[in-house]
Ligand binder design. Structure first.
Ligand code: FAD
Length: 502
């Protein structure tokens, strides 16, 4: 395979030399001869102009797209370590890529970088109450392999994001009410740090400080080549029920007052929802509409004490499903083949402006709704944008001591994002103004001085404390760890934390 890689290298280099400047050509030559020789026989190197390069660099959103000049398709942890060593020696930026769904603006700071393509690291090894997964595994591969063994664990809700991309920022999902965040379920991680060392870190091991950092600020510290995760027996027969109700805008206050009541009463561990505000001209040609998605675990028919209120608010449309946990992504359109899994070299720019809340201020929500309505009329290019409001159950998240991981915002129960979708680069400033406008209205309405955001949804303009916590000890601990494990900021492209003293 190295021979194949070198052949690739030879033919691709010809193409590359025509396209890129002298500096880049030299690094291509060096990658082929110096790095290519060190990699395992299943690893490959791809340059622009190759279909596999295009596949490896395809993105869900063109916003937050790193600029890649070479892809190293690694086949084991040693390939990762050697590529990191090569890149640091030659001072070439590098970025690990798993599901390709990251869309924070800081990823655009990768210029002529090496992509470390992790997808071949997708091994699965299931034991009784833990499973070990390769660092390039996708969410659906985790869900399906565990399901076949009668097991489950917390994952993100979308089949085709990486498992670890979400996990390294905490990782929200349907099972978090029972078991906490994805990162709360780490047992051990094998991590390649900036010095090229392969370290195994655990909560109580010698590098427990790095383990702590990986649970919420992990993108800043290394590349996870494998993770051992707590897993659980699937309860009962693994059945779930789902309902999606669509409402006209006049129901906004009623609906969110009810969602507040669900939250104030201590949201049930087996019931979760999310809602969207978006445009659907077939339902309402003038105003945005509201969709509410509700899931209940363990039942074929949703509990009437939950479902009846939503019906009482007179939806214009209702869709229901019942079936096994593994089918949820089809009902919610987060499955392979859905728009949520569509990736390409071109396509829309999608950026979120997230905010965490503890409850809905109905007046602020109406103002945010009006702002959304105005902006999507003033800029028809933004018509596919949405406001997303996620209320997963939270008992498992809050059961974990907040200081025990780098994930800082456990008391927040609602994740809201304005998700702005546009095509033209020239629309970017207006998109950012739109996204911030909606977020600022909701933040002001929350009455909170601090602006908490979920790092994995961040647009890139948020201050560090918003993402990693306002407590001064968190800031200094993370900066000190950055200095210890990544003083030269090699992992400086995803919501980067500066190293102490720099
Ligand atoms: C459609 C959609 C659904 C989503 N659903 C959820 C959800 O349910 N829950 C949730 O918490 N978040 C969710 N997110 C947000 C998600 O957590 C981030 O977009 C995340 O960055 C995606 O990771 P990825 O591997 O797919 O992306 P990539 O672009 O491949 O990676 C994103 C970042 O993670 C780093 N990274 C990835 N793998 C590794 C690794 N093995 N070691 C070290 N660094 C790594 C990359 O270097 C990069 O900096 C969703 C996003 C989208 C677009």
């Amino acid at each position: 395979m190295v021979m194949r890689s070198l052949k690739f290298w030879a033919s691709s280099l010809l193409y590359a030399t025509l396209l890129r400047e002298c500096h880049a050509q030299q690094s291509d030559a060096s990658i082929g001869s110096e790095l290519g020789r060190q990699l395992s026989s299943d690893a490959s190197i791809y340059f622009p102009g190759n279909d596999l390069f295009n596949n490896a660099t395809a993105r869900w959103s063109q916003y937050g797209k790193p600029n890649i000049s070479v892809v190293v398709e690694v086949a084991n942890k040693w390939d990762v370590a050697k590529t990191v060593k090569y890149a640091t020696k030659h001072d070439v930026p590098f970025i690990a890529i798993n599901g390709g769904h990251g869309n924070i603006e800081t990823l655009e700071n990768v210029h002529q970088g090496i992509e470390i393509w992790l997808h071949k690291l997708n091994s699965v090894d299931i034991a009784d109450d833990t499973a070990t997964f390769g660092g390039g595994i996708l969410s659906h591969q985790v869900i399906e392999s565990l399901w076949a063994a009668g097991k489950q664990t917390v994952t993100g809700v979308c089949d085709c994001t990486g498992f670890l991309g979400p996990a390294l920022g905490g990782g929200h999902g349907y099972l978090q009410g029972r078991h906490g965040l994805i990162a709360d379920n780490f047992v051990s991680l094998e991590v390649v740090t900036a010095d090229g060392k392969i370290r195994t870190v655990t909560r109580d091991g010698p590098e427990s400080d790095l383990f702590w950092a990986m649970q919420g600020a992990g993108h800043n510290f290394g590349i996870v080549t494998s993770v051992t995760q707590k897993i659980y027996d699937v309860p009962g027969n693994g059945v779930w029920s789902f309902v999606k109700h669509t409402y006209t805008q006049d129901k906004l206050e009623l609906l969110f007052q009810y969602l507040n009541i669900l939250g104030w009463n201590g949201q049930r561990v087996d019931v979760m929802y999310w809602a969207t505000i978006s445009r659907d001209a077939e339902i309402d040609p003038v105003n945005p509409i509201i969709d509410i998605f509700v899931l209940q675990e363990g039942v074929e028919t949703m509990d009437p004490t939950v479902s009846q209120s939503f019906l009482n608010f007179a939806p214009v449309k209702t869709v229901t499903h019942t079936g096994p946990y593994v089918d949820i992504s089809k009902w919610t359109e987060f499955n392979i083949g859905s728009r949520a899994c569509d990736k390409g070299d071109e396509g829309p720019q999608i950026v979120r402006f997230p905010l965490n809340l503890k409850s809905y201020n109905l007046e602020a929500l109406r103002s945010a709704f009006n702002a959304f309505a105005e902006e999507t009329v003033a800029h028809p290019d933004f018509e596919h944008s949405t406001i997303m409001l996620e209320g997963y159950s939270n008992q498992g998240v809050q059961a974990v001591d907040e200081a025990s991981t780098a994930y800082a915002h456990r008391a927040d129960t609602i994740l809201v994002s304005s998700v702005i979708i546009f095509e033209q680069e020239t629309d970017r400033p207006a998109a950012e103004t739109f996204g911030d406008r909606v977020r600022d209205i909701l933040h002001e309405g929350s009455g909170e001085a601090e602006k908490h955001v979920y790092v994995n949804y961040a647009s890139g303009d948020e201050p560090l404390e918003s993402m990693y916590g306002y407590e001064p000890w968190r800031q200094s601990k993370l900066s000190a760890l950055k200095r210890k494990y990544d003083p030269e900021n090699r992992f400086g492209f995803y919501a980067p934390i500066p190293a102490a003293g720099f």
